[in-house]
Design a protein around this ligand. Structure first.
Ligand code: SF4
Ligand code: SF4
Length: 316
């Protein structure tokens, strides 16, 4: 496994980061034990980096893995939408408690769009900095789907790590092109910032060209690591093989081909439109009292499902 320093943070991370969304209730809905076992498989095979979020509700899965692994050998990144001190304090305390850890390695502001949204979250950022001084957080960062989120991060020296969306097609970039995202991210990296990309497979939408996706992301030399969602031991093994340049056995490949994910809308959807409001990728719309998904825009993040009171939308 290749390990890199995450910018100037002094934190060493594996080239591949376990994307923690997939095992939880927004996607595969695995029990803590089931999901924890998949995470543990990754840890035992050299992946030392895991990313999650307050929203994902996967602290229990990660805790299961940590109960069976050395905490100090794992780098944990999490994130919160909190914008004020009270929200940030709750987010951090919940993370520490539910993960049963004394510190978080990377604490990020979730889905920042520009310097303006960062300014709007500054109270939370100040709190994270205070807690960094006290040793509860090792580094502070942000996640973003926007070029302007990356450019905004460069204006705040407090932000040491970014988690931008980068894949070969630029899928999911909300305010610009792939070239603009790469250029902004390179500039952040040049300043000494840590970069771990997200969604190299476009949230699963680019799975049919997975070889090219990996080739692309592994050639981006300004990226310290990239997070990829994994929901089975097969996926963990295949991803590790790809990093090591080893061909996965044919039976493993065919099992993976047969387990592609899709956003599913159940027949009991009442077309209330609530999920539409929360899809920042513009992939959902209501037409003729029916919820429609634009599968070219959907990055299978599963965020919309957390807003459906009818439990009618999910990644399966
Ligand atoms: S929130 Fe749920 S019920 Fe409402 S449109 Fe979306 S999927 Fe349908
Ligand atoms: S439709 Fe749902 S899963 Fe797809 S991009 Fe929008 S929020 Fe994410």
């Amino acid at each position: 496994m290749e390990y890199n320093l995450l910018g100037n943070t002094g934190i060493k991370v594996s080239k591949i980061c376990f994307g923690g969304l997939t095992v939880g209730p927004l996607q595969k809905k695995m029990s803590f034990k089931e999901g924890g076992e998949v995470i543990l498989e990754a840890f035992n095979n050299g992946i030392n980096f895991i990313d999650t979020a307050e929203l994902y509700k996967t602290y229990g899965h990660i805790k299961y893995a940590l109960d069976n692994f050395k905490r100090e050998n794992v780098v944990i990144s999490t994130k919160s939408y909190a914008y004020d001190r009270a929200g940030a304090e709750k987010a951090l305390m919940d993370a520490l408690k539910e993960l049963n850890t004394d510190y978080i390695d990377v604490f990020m502001m979730h889905e920042q769009e520009s310097e303006h949204t960062i300014r709007g979250h500054y109270e939370a950022l100040e709190y994270y900095m205070t807690m960094k001084e006290k040793g509860y957080i090792r580094s502070v960062g942000l996640s973003t789907h926007c070029v302007n989120g990356v450019l905004g991060a460069m204006k705040y020296p407090e932000i040491e790590v970014i988690h931008p969306i980068i894949n070969k097609n630029g899928l999911g970039i909300q305010d610009g092109t792939l070239d603009e995202m790469i250029s902004a991210t390179k500039s952040f990296r040049k300043q000494g910032g840590g970069v771990f990309a997200m969604k190299p497979l476009g949230g699963g939408n680019l799975i049919s060209s997975i070889d090219e996706c990996f080739e692309f992301i592994l050639n981006q030399d300004y990226i310290d690591s990239f997070a990829i969602g994994m929901q089975s031991v097969d996926e963990v093994q295949d991803n590790i093989n790809r990093i090591l340049g080893v061909k996965s056995p044919e039976d493993l490949k065919s099992r993976l081909i047969n387990s592609n994910r899709v956003l599913n809308i159940d027949e009991w959807c009442i077309a209330c439109g609530e999920c539409v409001k929360h899809c920042s990728h513009g992939a959902l719309k209501i037409k003729d009292d029916k919820l429609l998904v634009d599968r070219n825009k959907c990055v299978l993040c599963g965020y919309c499902s957390s807003y459906c009171k009818e439990f009618a939308i999910k990644i399966i």
